[in-house]
Design a protein around this ligand. Structure first.
Ligand SMILES: [Zn+2]
Length: 493
C-alpha cells in the first residue's frame, strides 16, 4: 500500500496512479487526499498507508515554491525536519521561496531571523540553496538514496506500532549468525538487535542506580541511538569511513541494524560492524579504565582486530573475504599512478556545529610530484555523504579546465564512490551532486573515480584541514608546510 503512495508521487503517469487520481483526488495532491466513508476498502488502505509514509518523507529544497515553510518537513538538522511552529511568525500559506531575496537564490537573512526562533533561523541560514533552479522534490528521509522501500517502510511501521520489545521476524537474524566474524562480535550484534546492550540508560530501568549520561561526551543520556549514532565520538567514527547514517528520533537503533543485516551487501555490513564494534570497545575502555582514544585510532583498531581474527582463523578464507579487510587495514599506502597518468586525491572535512565545511584536492603525477592543489570552503551540507560527493565534484570541475589527460580521482568516501559506480538515482540533496559528477564522467572517459582507504588519502585529508574561510578557494603549486610531511610519506617505502 505504501508503495502505491510513492508511485503516486513519482510515477503520476502510470495507469494505476491516473485511475486513482481521477477517482479520488482529482484536484489535489496525494499527500492532501482524504478517504470518505463510502470509498473502497483499497482506497482507505492507501490513505492509511499514506499517513505512515508521511512520517518518513521530507522535502528536498529546489526552487522553494512547493514547500510550506511552517507545515512541511524540510529543515535539515531537525529530527522531524520541521520548524518550531509555535515560535514562527509566518502565515500558514507561506512557502520557502518567500524567504529568498527578491529574484535571487539567497536567503533573506533579515526576514528569516524575524520569522523563526533563533535556532531554526540559524539552521535555515546554513542550508544551501541549490545553485541551479530545480523543482522541490519529496524524498524518503530514512534511506541513503532517498527512495522508499517496502522493507524499510515496514521496519518504521513496526517501530511505531509494535516496538522492539518483541522480536521481529527478519532474515537478518539468520544472516547475523552466518557472518564471518568473531563469535563475541556476533554476540554483541545479536544483543544490539535485541536492544540488550548493557548501557547505562538500560541498566537504570532495571533498578541499577547509576548516572545515565554518555561516558564519551557526558552531555546526553546514553542509549543505543545516542552512543552509536549521535554522540560526537560516534559521528567521528562513522565519518572515518565516509559513511553517514541519518537516524531520526523515530528510528530504533536495534531495528535499524537488523534491517541492515537483512538488506545490505556483506561489504557494507562489515563496515557497519567495524564501526559499532570499535565504538563499543572504546566506550568500555572509557568506562572501566578511563582511557580515551581518537576516532581514528578506534577505527583502525577495530578494522585490524577483525582482519587479524580472519587471518588467524583461516588463511585461505581470509583471502576470499579480504576485499574489504584489505581496504580497511591500517597499513595501506598511496600508490603513484602509471606513467602519463595523474592522480587527484580529494577529501572533505566537517566540523560538528560549524556552518561551513572544507575540501582539499591534491593533484600528483606518476612520480608522486605535486602538480597543483586546492582548498575550498563552502556552506555546510546535509550530510557527510554530500560533503564527500561535493569534494569529488569540485575535483572534476577543476580538472575540466586543465590540460591533463588521464586522471584517477581517489576519494575515501565509500558511499560516494559506490553511488557513482552503480549510477542509481538518489533523491536526497546529494543526488544533485552525484548527477553533476556523472555528467562530467560521461563526457570525459579519461577521468575515473575510485575508492581508497583513508590511510592512502592522507594528503587530501590534511589539505582539507588547512584553515580556509567561507567561500574562499586557494590554489597552490608549491606545497604548504602542513602538506610536506604527508607528501613525503606517500613517496617513502
Ligand atoms: Zn555521547
Amino acid at each position: 500500500m505504501a508503495k502505491h503512495v510513492w508511485n503516486f508521487v513519482y510515477s503520476p503517469q502510470s495507469l494505476v496512479s491516473r485511475f486513482y487520481k481521477s477517482k479520488y483526488f482529482q484536484n489535489t495532491h496525494i499527500l492532501q487526499a482524504k478517504a470518505s466513508p463510502g470509498s473502497s476498502f483499497i482506497w482507505q488502505g492507501i490513505i492509511t498507508a499514506r499517513n505512515e509514509v508521511l512520517k518518513g518523507y521530507r522535502w528536498i529544497l529546489g526552487d522553494g515554491n512547493s514547500i510550506n515553510c511552517t507545515q512541511d518537513p524540510w529543515l535539515i538538522g531537525k529530527g522531524d525536519f520541521k520548524v518550531d511552529q509555535t515560535r514562527a511568525y509566518a502565515d500558514n500559506n507561506m512557502v520557502v521561496s518567500q524567504l529568498f531575496l527578491q529574484g535571487e537564490r539567497k536567503w533573506d537573512a533579515h526576514k528569516v531571523v524575524s520569522i523563526f526562533s533563533n535556532s531554526d533561523a540559524n539552521l535555515i541560514l546554513s542550508m544551501r540553496i541549490p545553485d541551479l533552479p530545480s523543482m522541490d522534490r519529496l524524498a524518503w528521509a530514512h534511506s541513503t538514496n532517498g527512495k522508499y522501500s517496502v522493507k524499510m517502510g515496514y521496519h518504521l511501521w513496526h517501530n511505531h506500532h509494535v516496538g522492539f520489545g518483541s522480536v521481529v521476524q527478519s532474515k537478518g537474524w539468520t544472516r547475523l549468525w552466518k557472518l564471518d566474524l568473531p563469535h563475541k562480535t556476533k554476540l554483541f550484534l545479536w544483543r544490539f538487535c535485541r536492544n540488550n546492550i548493557p548501557l547505562k540508560s538500560r541498566l537504570s530501568t532495571k533498578g541499577v542506580h547509576i548516572p545515565v549520561d554518555c561516558p564519551m561526551c557526558t552531555s546526553e543520556v546514553e542509549d543505543l541511538r545516542h552512543l552509536f549514532f549521535q554522540c560526537p565520538f560516534a559521528l567521528a567514527c562513522w565519518s572515518y569511513y565516509g559513511a553517514a547514517y541519518a537516524m531520526s528520533t523515530e528510528d530504533s537503533a536495534s531495528g535499524w541494524l537488523l534491517f541492515k543485516l537483512d538488506t545490505c551487501s556483506s561489504e557494507e555490513i562489515l563496515l557497519i560492524v567495524t564501526v559499532l564494534w570499535g565504538i563499543w570497545f572504546f566506550r568500555n575502555k572509557k568506562v572501566w579504565e578511563n582511557k580515551r582514544v581518537t576516532a581514528d585510532i578506534a577505527m583502525s583498531w577495530s578494522a585490524k582486530t577483525i582482519s587479524d581474527w580472519k587471518e588467524a582463523r583461516d588463511k585461505h578464507a581470509a583471502q576470499v573475504v579480504s576485499k574489504l579487510s584489505v581496504r580497511i587495514s591500517p597499513t595501506v599506502k598511496w600508490k603513484k599512478p602509471d606513467y602519463g597518468v595523474y592522480k587527484l586525491n580529494v577529501d572533505a572535512a566537517i566540523k560538528l556545529g560549524e556552518i561551513s565545511f572544507s575540501m582539499g584536492l591534491v593533484l600528483r603525477d606518476h612520480s608522486g610530484t605535486l602538480v597543483a592543489g586546492k582548498t575550498i570552503c563552502k556552506l555546510m551540507v546535509s550530510s557527510v555523504f554530500e560533503a564527500e560527493a561535493t569534494a569529488i565534484l569540485e575535483g572534476l570541475q577543476w580538472l575540466i579546465n586543465m590540460t591533463v589527460d588521464k586522471v584517477i580521482i581517489e576519494s575515501d568516501s565509500f558511499l560516494s564512490v559506490k553511488a557513482l559506480q552503480n549510477s542509481q538515482e538518489n533523491l536526497l540533496e546529494v543526488g544533485n551532486i552525484l548527477s553533476a559528477c556523472r555528467s562530467i564522467l560521461d563526457s570525459r572517459p579519461e577521468f575515473s573515480v575510485s575508492f581508497v582507504k583513508r590511510q592512502a588519502n592522507r594528503v587530501a585529508h590534511v589539505a582539507a584541514r588547512i584553515p580556509c574561510s567561507l567561500n574562499c578557494q586557494n590554489i597552490f603549486s608549491t606545497p604548504p608546510s602542513l602538506l610536506l610531511e604527508p607528501l613525503l610519506y606517500d613517496l617513502s617505502y
